[in-house]
Design a protein around this ligand. Structure first.
Ligand code: ADP
Length: 543
């Protein structure tokens, strides 16, 4: 028997339509790429411009399922492209401009992108690759005619975004879906192991994800919030915020290309942001800026931090110096990306001290409804939730991938996706990432968590970044080496750092050597690039 409810496959364009109708005068604020000025437009206006873009796109002869790429920062125009693709049944492929050029070339060709929307300041990344991008018919520069860069000498069409919109009708016959599992967007993982892999989201999976992420125990956002979306739209779809914020009518604040401390602080203050989301690297920059300039955070209540482990020192600095609560989030591109969030749980006895609360906040958290996780041993047997057993972290749910784009074969193991992370789960279901499986250090048959050591190391005021790597050892198999990048002009005291580490780390887990390095390379998504570090290891060890 079938239920008697209205059968309406929902398209992602419906989110913007809802925002325009019910939160029509709510704003999308964005920093212009052209001159860094802050501008804004309402959701109502955004829908009209999106319709203009959809009309313009239709003239390219696009068909359902065609891939349309973006290589762009977070701006109102990028939001328009997302919704115009959703509403025309095409698939929006977000490209991370920080990938290696060969990877960008690979993914554009693999996705067979027909049209590419690009911010003018990123043209330099694209032009050398153009002769090799065989499927590309048009490049649309997301700017107005007075800022159009010269066209390179290639056959590809070179068009101006605002010119394209001008004169188009402000409404559009939005494509309705017969099946909402139709593909909506495509995002490639950064490919730290081999070529990037395409995660192909659907309207339904993205909608589920957006609905789940706004709830109180997840992102906790509503129409009263103003949210600074620092996490790029090309990094796991800005953690779904470009969908979840219009869904609830929150103000969306987009930083454009400027993500250093002073610019972010200006937006946080002038736009009265209550919530923000970004990776730890960004917050490091903001915290340094705040301390150097003696500035404050007047309106910010919460920051959602994920993408890599959040140091306890960062959680503490936000709370004690600025009264801002840090909510840690964990996910992978393949989980759209929300997998777990760390929020208080009524079933767990309250923390007795603030310090205990900070200890708890270091965990990656619990899954919302729609995500299930488990940890397993090498044979695939589920491990206990005792906070000590370490195992491979597996995940499943309606917004978790089952296969990669171009490879129809399922990548699941008994219906579960292997995240590549290693974790513990405690008796209350709080999951803690101890490592990426390829980074975990095995010494004398026991595991050492590089994340735990890095986390403690950056609590030393002289340490800006820390990376812990396992190096081969004849007796123990592997031993930890700690590399630290110092805060500018800071004095480093190795014994003080060792004392700090030995408070929380067993003697045998302490790094054999601590070396100071000038730089710690980061990946395209702002994580410590251990692969690059390993290739430099010989130099470092030769010191
Ligand atoms: P990539 O950066 O390789 O493209 P993702 O962006 O999907 O891939 O990153 C996912 C990985 O980031 C996870 O597998 C995990 O190792 C790491 N990660 C994400 N959030 C956290 C977190 N809160 N704490 C620790 N690690 C995290």
């Amino acid at each position: 028997m079938i239920g008697l409810m209205q059968d309406q496959p929902i398209s992602l364009i419906d989110i913007l339509k809802h925002a325009a109708r019910w939160h029509g005068s709510q704003k999308i604020v964005s920093r212009r790429i052209e001159d860094g000025r802050i501008t804004s437009q309402t959701y109502r206006r955004t829908l009209k411009r999106t319709a203009q873009l959809a009309n313009a796109l239709s003239k390219f002869g696009i068909t359902i399922g065609d891939r349309i790429a973006t290589m762009a920062w977070n701006t109102h125009r990028h939001v328009e492209v997302w919704y115009a693709t959703a509403g025309t049944g095409t698939v929006c492929h977000t490209i991370n401009p920080r990938l290696f050029p060969t990877q960008i070339e690979f993914i554009v060709n693999h996705a067979e992108d027909r049209i590419l929307f690009i911010d003018a300041d990123l043209i330099g990344v694209l032009t050398p690759l153009l002769p090799n991008l065989k499927s590309l018919e048009a490049v649309i520069i997301m700017t107005d005619s007075s800022h159009m860069p010269n066209a390179p000498s290639t056959e590809v069409k070179w068009l101006c975004y605002e010119d394209l919109l001008a004169g188009q009708a402000e409404d559009f016959d939005w494509k309705s879906l017969s099946n909402d599992s139709a593909a909506s967007s495509l995002c490639y993982t950064s490919g730290t192991t081999g070529n990037p892999k395409g995660v192909l989201y659907s309207h339904r999976s993205t909608l589920w994800h957006a609905l789940a992420s706004v709830q109180k125990d997840a992102m906790n956002v509503g129409s009263e919030d103003s949210v600074l979306v620092v996490v790029p739209m090309f990094h796991a779809s800005s953690w779904g915020l470009a969908f979840s914020l219009p869904m609830v009518g929150a103000k969306m604040i987009l930083p454009g290309a400027k993500m250093e401390g002073a610019s972010l602080h200006e937006l946080l203050e002038t736009e009265r942001a209550t919530v923000s989301a970004a990776v730890p690297t960004i917050w490091n920059m903001l915290l340094s800026y705040l301390s150097d300039s003696g500035s404050n955070l007047t309106f910010l209540k919460e920051v959602v931090i994920g993408g890599s482990a959040v140091p306890r020192s960062m959680i503490k600095a936000f709370k004690q110096q600025f009264g801002v609560h840090v909510v840690q989030a964990w996910g992978v591109t393949e989980t759209s990306p929300m997998g777990t969030m760390n929020r208080p749980l009524s079933l767990r006895p309250a923390a007795e001290t603030l310090e205990e609360e900070f200890d708890r906040d270091v965990a990656q958290g619990r899954p919302p409804f729609g995500v299930d996780i488990k940890i397993v041993d090498d044979e695939g047997a589920a491990l206990r939730w005792d906070g000590d057993s370490i195992g491979k972290l597996m995940v499943r749910g309606p917004w978790t991938a089952r296969a990669y784009f171009g490879g129809a074969q399922s990548v699941l193991i008994d219906g579960w996706f292997d995240t590549g992370d290693v974790a513990t789960i405690d008796e209350y279901g709080f999951m803690t990432i101890t490592d990426r499986s390829k980074d975990i250090i095995k010494s004398g048959g026991e595991w050492i968590s590089s994340v735990a050591i890095e986390n403690l190391a950056v609590s030393d005021p002289s340490v800006e970044l820390a990376a812990c790597l396992g190096i081969e050892d004849a007796k123990w198999g592997e031993r930890p080496l700690l590399l630290v990048k110092l805060v500018k002009n800071a004095k480093f005291n190795e014994s003080a750092l060792r004392r700090r580490l030995s408070k929380d780390v067993a003697d045998w887990q302490l790094p054999d050597k601590i070396a100071i390095v000038d730089e710690i390379p980061l990946t395209a998504t702002g994580k410590i690039d251990k692969r690059a570090l390993r290739s430099q290891l010989d130099d470092i060890r030769g010191d």
